[in-house]
Design a protein around this ligand. Structure first.
Ligand code: EPU
Length: 296
């Protein structure tokens, strides 16, 4: 490990780092190895230039083609470890860079229940917390005990859920301006047994596979659900299922999933996104809000 708590890698290619397989080169990637030693980070960000963005699993991003004026920050900590038992519940701590499926696999092995509804989400633990990922009635914040977080203006802190302003697919660190990095997150889970937890995960995955193109190159749902309805249903009714621009296409299984069928580009993704938004507006008078992050 370097003397400071991070290392700098030049020019990462986003097409290799995002589940959509889209995007050109960013300026640099700052890989955080020790969030307690980030004193030199502001100077490094200044020197590299561009807008800082956090790269977790890359599973909720549509990145543009060409050279991108972005400085990426990523987390090296991928560990998942059980912790204390508190009032009949057990803590499970994960580094922000750990993959959510790995967290679920460890929870299953230890027979810890509570996060099964999130199975099938491919992102990182840090990314899942930073946008309060959810599915099948489980939002990740419902099981969050605390997180170690580095805020651009706030520095390194440990915060419980009350330290964040969070809601549907949204989370902000209170008292911070600029970016924040979820360095690690500790969840409070309910002791069950491995067989039961595994069965619940299998059940969720089965449901997901029947309704979502889980194996395709996508970024999950591209639009947020408007209150009381499903963006997928609205896109479907507006005739967007299967509609394509170049190599990008709305899934025929679930219209809110945009797929890269092979040689799609960022420009095609954006064109198709706007086409979908327009079609829903014409048909339903509702303006869909994007759920995926658009870079830059
Ligand atoms: N539907 C259609 N056509 C479609 C898609 C859906 O008619 O093309 C209908 C379905 O038949 C169902 C209703 O719309 O009656 C709702 O569909 P679904 O159960 O698939 O849920 P959703 O509202 O489309 C949300 C989340 C998903 C999450 C699922 C399961 C959002 C934007 N989407 O989808 O999250 O996995 O519920 O809990 O909140 C994501 O965030 O990336 C994501 C995929």
């Amino acid at each position: 490990m370097s003397a400071q708590g991070f290392s700098i890698l030049p020019g990462p290619l986003l097409a290799r780092r995002t589940s959509m397989g889209l995007g050109g080169h960013a300026l640099a990637e700052i890989r955080v190895e020790d969030p307690a030693r980030l004193d030199n980070l502001p100077e490094a960000l200044q020197r590299i230039g561009g807008r800082p963005e956090i790269l977790g699993g890359g599973s909720n991003i549509i990145a543009a083609d060409g050279s991108l004026p972005l400085c990426l920050l990523s987390l090296a900590d991928e560990t998942v470890l059980p912790g204390r038992e508190i009032h009949g519940r057990v803590e499970l701590r994960a580094g922000g860079g750990a993959r959510l499926p790995v967290l679920l696999a460890v929870a299953a092995r230890l027979g810890l229940s509570g996060l099964e509804g999130l199975s099938g989400i491919p992102g990182s633990v840090g990314g899942a917390v930073a946008m309060n990922a959810g599915s099948y009635g489980v939002e990740i914040f419902s099981r969050l005990a605390r997180a170690q977080v580095f805020g651009q203006s706030a520095g390194l802190l440990e915060r419980g859920p009350e330290g964040f302003a969070y809601g549907y697919r949204h989370c902000a660190l209170r008292g911070n301006t600029g970016f924040f990095l979820i360095a690690s997150a500790t969840f409070l889970l309910t002791p069950s047994n491995p067989k039961t937890v595994r069965a619940a995960i299998r059940e969720t995955l089965k449901k997901k596979r029947a309704t979502q193109p889980v194996a395709a190159r996508s970024a999950g749902c591209v639009f947020k659900n408007p209150a009381g309805t499903s963006a997928g249903k609205l896109l479907d009714e507006a005739g967007m299922k299967g509609r394509a621009v170049g190599g990008m296409r709305f899934s025929t299984l679930h219209a809110n999933f945009m797929l890269n069928t092979g040689l799609g580009t960022g420009a095609q993704a954006l064109e198709l996104l706007e086409m979908g938004r327009e079609a829903v507006f014409r048909r339903h008078g509702l303006r869909l809000e994007t759920e995926v992050r658009l870079w830059p």
